[in-house]
Design a binder for this molecule. Structure first.
Ligand code: CTP
Length: 395
């Protein structure tokens, strides 16, 4: 059974279309609106589309509604639209109406389709609530840009009913990576100069984490080798925290043999200080400081060399281009050189990608040929990478 939660936003006028798509696909659907949602769409509409009672409060029926039973029989709970207020109540774990009580009681996957004015979406409170929900495994759909209510345009529209339907259908289907072991490195290594300083890079780990979330959602058993990643990984994922390139290398190689798919999304430092100081390097008495660096191993090349048949290896190529070649040309050359099955070419000129929530990539095969392009949220890009990898794994 699909539980469709509806919060009180103008986008609720599109929810009956979503409900109808689910019903036509043969699903039993229970609609649980908030009180405010019923000011936008009437109870009768949802009852007619689902043939089921539509209740908003645990006290709507004599004797009370068993929100626990509703939560337990849900295969998925999808909230469309999810307003700023609903997301805040959900993130806080409140249970002051039937929808939030159901969200709190369910063990089923939860998908939310946020819809609100751009300013409310951008507010740190809403962003923090979305981050909290994501960290608990809630799938947060995009809020595309476009015409909002009134004259304003910007991000905050609800995903189309068709896109929400596709995301939920994908979630309900047995995962195409079920039974596979996926090993992903994410974040950026830090190479110590002394006990308090390091050489690092701008990688936030967000694309790697999106890959972890997507692979887990698609049924894989996921291990994450996390180099200084700030956000938590979803429940059920094995997390191996590492600091330096050498630590990352030993964590990856130890797990590589068992992996069906390996993705090197981490930004690995190519060089490390030759002899990190054991005590803090003091400024006093120095006019300058010269560091001697030694090369780190190329972890990806090592994984490629030790790869067994059937294993799929994905590398990233973060290129800025230079006077001699454009970023894509550089990525194609790297794809050919590294001997990996797929290269995710990422154009990072100007630092636009680091820490951002969206990304734009070109996927290249072992010969440097273009396989696909993907743009959108890091989750959308993650699913495109996994689509290409799954095809190579015969899924
Ligand atoms: N990588 C790695 N070990 C390193 C450096 C990079 O495993 N010491 C991996 C990255 O995780 C990424 C891929 O190699 O998947 C490409 O990383 P990138 O920094 O773009 O390339 P480099 O190999 O460092 O090549 P160059 O510096 O010449 O661009």
């Amino acid at each position: 059974m699909i539980v469709v939660g509806v919060a009180g936003g103008i986008a609720a006028y599109k929810t009956p279309v979503l409900v109808r798509l689910f019903a036509e696909a043969g699903h039993q659907v229970r609609v649980v609106p908030t009180k405010a949602a019923l000011r936008f769409v009437g109870r009768a509409t949802f009852e007619a589309l689902t043939g089921e009672p539509v209740l908003t409060s645990v006290f709507d029926r004599a004797g009370g509604v068993d929100h626990v039973a509703l939560a337990a029989s849900a295969d998925v709970v999808v909230v469309a639209p999810a307003t700023a207020d609903l997301l805040a109540r959900q993130a806080a774990g409140r249970a002051d109406d039937l929808l939030t009580a159901t969200l709190l009681a369910t063990g089923a996957p939860v998908v939310v389709a946020p819809a609100m004015h751009s300013a409310m979406l951008a507010h740190p409170a809403t962003q923090a609530n979305l981050a909290t929900l994501r960290s608990r495994g809630v799938q947060v759909l995009d809020s595309p840009s476009g015409r909002l209510t009134g004259a304003d345009t910007g991000p905050g529209r609800m995903e189309s009913p068709e896109a929400i339907f596709a995301a939920v259908t994908r979630l309900l289907a047995p995962g195409d990576l079920a039974g596979l072991r996926v090993l992903i490195s994410a974040g950026g290594t830090r190479e110590p100069l002394d006990p308090v300083r390091f050489l690092g890079n701008r990688s936030s780990g967000k694309q790697g984490l999106a890959l972890v979330e997507a692979a887990a959602a698609r049924g894989a058993r996921v291990s994450l080798v996390a180099a200084n990643v700030a956000a938590p990984a979803p429940h059920g994922v094995e997390v191996v925290p590492v600091g330096t390139a050498l630590e990352l290398q030993s964590a990856m190689t130890a797990r590589a043999r068992d992996a069906d798919l390996m993705v090197m999304a981490a930004a690995v430092a190519d060089f490390r200080p030759a002899a990190p100081a054991t005590a803090k390097i003091k400024r006093q008495g120095r006019d300058g400081l010269t560091l001697e660096l030694v090369a780190n191993p190329d972890v990806l090349a090592g994984l490629a060399a030790a790869r067994r048949p059937g294993q799929v290896l994905v590398g990233f190529a973060a290129e800025t281009g230079d006077a001699a070649a454009g970023p894509l040309e550089q990525a194609v050359a790297k794809a050919r050189r590294k001997g990996v099955d797929l290269t995710v070419a990422n154009v990072v000129a100007g630092g636009a990608v680091f820490g951002a929530d969206s990304n734009e990539v070109v996927l290249l095969d072992a010969a440097g040929g273009e396989v696909a392009r993907a743009a959108g949220s890091k989750r959308v890009v993650a699913d495109a990478i996994l689509d290409a990898a799954a095809a190579r794994l015969g899924r």
